[in-house]
Design a protein around this ligand. Structure first.
Ligand code: OSB
Ligand code: MG
Length: 366
């Protein structure tokens, strides 16, 4: 490999997104480009939130770790298959978002050069991914109902509602009664404690598809205790950063569903391993998102084509987030599905001119 470029790219969100911990109006993600001496390119995306509220990383921490450790390490490593590069990068502890950008760039380069679609290289079997949508906390229940109504009309096949203390049973109950036929699940982003169990017993009666990450990431035992009390499946997100975390969670009985995020797990290589392990344990998986721009989202779509992805993924169309995306064609959701590309590589091309116009910082490592 000849050089690695990092670009910090800023896109405004079409609709403010609020979770139990923070609100955002624009996102800075880092695009990673691998360029070879013969002119081939691979693209990846580091989709870390700007602050350390979802996970420990920030955009600035990803920038420093990428520039000072990951890029030099990748430039020194000889690899043919992306799994070999992932093994070399596992010397770096944590820093999953940063590693994910490099891992996806490796898969993009590898599949583009080999002339095979990314989904096929990963073992994908579906030609389209079932799309769900994730809705943030709104100021009023009426605004939330308007959002749900718009997304259901667009065809999304599952609605996820962010919940937080003071915004849980009431809004969820209203959505359930206004849209009885719609599959709904909730995501707490770890905002509750085991003493809040009565709230989850109320939610348990509302026929939800799952309850995602009720308790803080490291508190697996609280999830075990809650799963024994309620029949709604518990889904883990933040708790599972490593494949080994999943093995622990499965042994303990801490979840019945897993949200696999390429970003949170450090790339497609570990994400596929998590899929394989969950599948062998009969735990359903779906692909979560971090509001990825088109590059990261392309990786999510390819991953969602694997056979264990039996639940709708957060692979919404570009238009749900951005007026204009970083790829030459937006990712579109039609009747609740996103087509899995059959062209080589990621399947979407980066829009270089637009990316340049949105770039707020850059560095090249050789
Ligand atoms: O927990 O799934 C989450 C976004 C930022 C931080 C955490 C989460 C999310 C989402 C985004 O739900 C879903 C998407 O990208 O469509
Ligand atoms: Mg989540």
């Amino acid at each position: 490999m000849m050089r690695i470029s990092l670009r910090r790219v800023r896109l405004p969100l079409v609709h403010e997104f609020r979770t139990s911990s923070h609100a955002k109006r624009f996102l800075d993600h880092i695009l990673v480009t691998f360029e070879t001496a013969d002119g081939a390119e691979g693209w990846g995306e580091i989709a870390s939130p700007s602050g350390p509220f979802y996970a420990a990383e920030t955009v600035d921490s990803c920038w420093a770790v990428s520039r000072d450790f990951l890029a030099p390490l990748v430039l020194q490593t000889k690899w043919d298959h992306p799994a070999e590069l992932a093994a070399a990068m596992s010397r770096v502890r944590g820093n999953h978002f940063a590693r994910a950008g490099f891992d996806v760039a490796a898969w993009s380069l590898f599949t583009g050069r080999s002339g095979i679609p990314l989904s096929q290289a990963l073992g994908g079997t579906r030609s389209r991914a079932e799309a769900g949508v994730s809705l943030g906390i709104e100021s009023t229940i009426d605004e939330l109902l308007a959002q749900v109504s718009a997304r259901v009309a667009e065809g999304y096949r599952r609605i996820k509602l962010k919940i937080a203390p003071e915004w849980d049973v009431q809004p969820v109950r209203e959505v359930r009664s206004a849209f009885p036929g719609v599959r709904v699940h909730v995501d707490a982003n770890g905002a509750y404690e085991i003493t809040d169990t009565p709230i989850f017993e109320e939610l348990d009666a509302l026929g939800l598809l799952m309850i995602e990450q009720p308790f803080p990431p490291r508190d697996l035992l609280a999830h075990v205790a809650l799963q024994r009390r309620i029949s709604t499946p518990i889904c883990l997100d933040e708790s599972v950063e490593e494949v080994a975390d999943l093995a622990t969670a499965l042994t303990l009985g801490a979840c019945r569903i897993l949200n696999i995020k390429v970003s949170r797990m450090g790339g497609l290589t570990p994400a596929v391993r998590a899929h394989d392990l969950a599948r062998s344990a009969d735990v359903g998986v779906w692909c979560g998102g971090m509001h990825e721009f088109g590059i990261g989202r392309a990786a999510n779509v390819a991953l969602s084509s694997l056979p264990g992805f039996t639940l709708p993924s957060d692979v919404s169309g570009s238009d749900k987030y951005y007026a204009r995306d970083v790829t030459t064609h937006p990712i579109v959701c039609t009747d609740g599905y996103v087509d899995v590309p059959s062209s080589p590589g990621l399947g979407w091309e980066p829009d270089l001119a637009f990316i340049e116009s949105q770039t707020v910082d850059r560095v090249t490592v050789t």
